[in-house]
Write a protein that binds this ligand. Sequence first.
Ligand code: DOR
Ligand code: ZN
Length: 427
Amino acid sequence: MTTLALNNVRPYGEDVTNILIDVTDGVIDAVGENPFDDADEVVDCGGNVLLPGLVDMHVHLREPGREDTETIATGSDAAAKGGFTAVFTMANTSPVIDQPFLAEAVWTKGQEYGKCDVYPVGSISQGLKGEQLTEIGLMSRSGVRMFSDDGKCVNDPQLMRRAIEYAKAHDVVLAQHAEDHRMTEGSVAHEGEQAARLGLRGWPRVAEESIVARDAIMTRDYGGRYHLCHASTEGTVELLRFAKNQGIDVTAEVTPHHLMLTDEKLATYDGLFRVNPPLREARDAEALKQALLDGNVDVVATDHAPHGSEDKCVEFEHAKPGMLGLETSLAVVHRIFVESGEADWRFVAKVMSERPAEILRLEDQGRPINVGEPANLVLVDPQSPWTAHGDEMASKASNTPYEDIEFSARVVGTWLRGTQTYDAKKA
Ligand code: DOR
Ligand code: ZN
């Protein structure tokens, strides 16, 4: 057995301890008061914070089809650098992930590269056309745990009803991108004062909320496990509260950008700030933050959406929607919740690792830092200032909305089943 000691760590930001990893089996072999100095490899972690590896329910790795903007390999690098050990990559690639062999190819590529477990999301409708359902049963048998037409909404209520019934029968998660497309035609920004001032066509809150309300009621009546992608409005938070209070099986995610940024950013007409759903107002961001704190929103997911500069450095209306997220999300969540004193590292572990793993029923992710558990871990230095720059990202793309923003928390190292997938010292 080959061993690795992570000495002088603070699991969940609490008391200092020492961890011994069995690298051969990829599990935590011992946790103890005294440093493990006899291990094959010994790392002094300087009292940094140790968390379970992060799990991102929502990324876009663009392979197959747009390998010029991101690949499973570069996306895995970005994930490892951001502290992630598992990501779920959406089906809106080219071709769309709507058949078992395509889903299997994504998983296999991720495993071959080995930096992060890359779980494929299967599409709900064939070709994301919103017409025919995919073979949810066949794909679930080849290991697909979540289905989504993300990028597009399953608008047709009859198709959604049947998707819910099939997803229930196969016990998989349905993830909805809630956007009534009839209400958002041509819109590029949140409908409100800012869009009016800038002369941009607006996407009203109701375009999201009406779908959330409908889906909650469908889930009440037809069952299944419903997950809402990128909740973005105060009203959505109220609807989630209503649904959860009724015992309806809905979960929801919020992105770091909907927590930290608002449509005030659009004043420069910089295409970097175009995203779906759009950046909203301060009261929406505040409601989402409170909802994450009180559990009405379950998890943080990045919606990491790489785009080339030819699609971002253009007039606002022509910019493609989407922002990078994997390499900045932990720093953003730390800034909003930990630095502000509103929550602790246990909370971060819950919303970025434990809850997503639970929702997707991953048995080897989001686990407690204990003997016998898989060594999926991230080491974080909470006081290591750094500044975000798009051109320094591990991602192939550089469309970060946090350009020139200084953060305090930095990922120092990431381990997947005991193997180091990111090392800040070597980066
Ligand atoms: O901004 C977004 N970009 N929202 C989505 O729903 C899709 C994503 C993408 O694929 O670029
Ligand atoms: Zn989406």
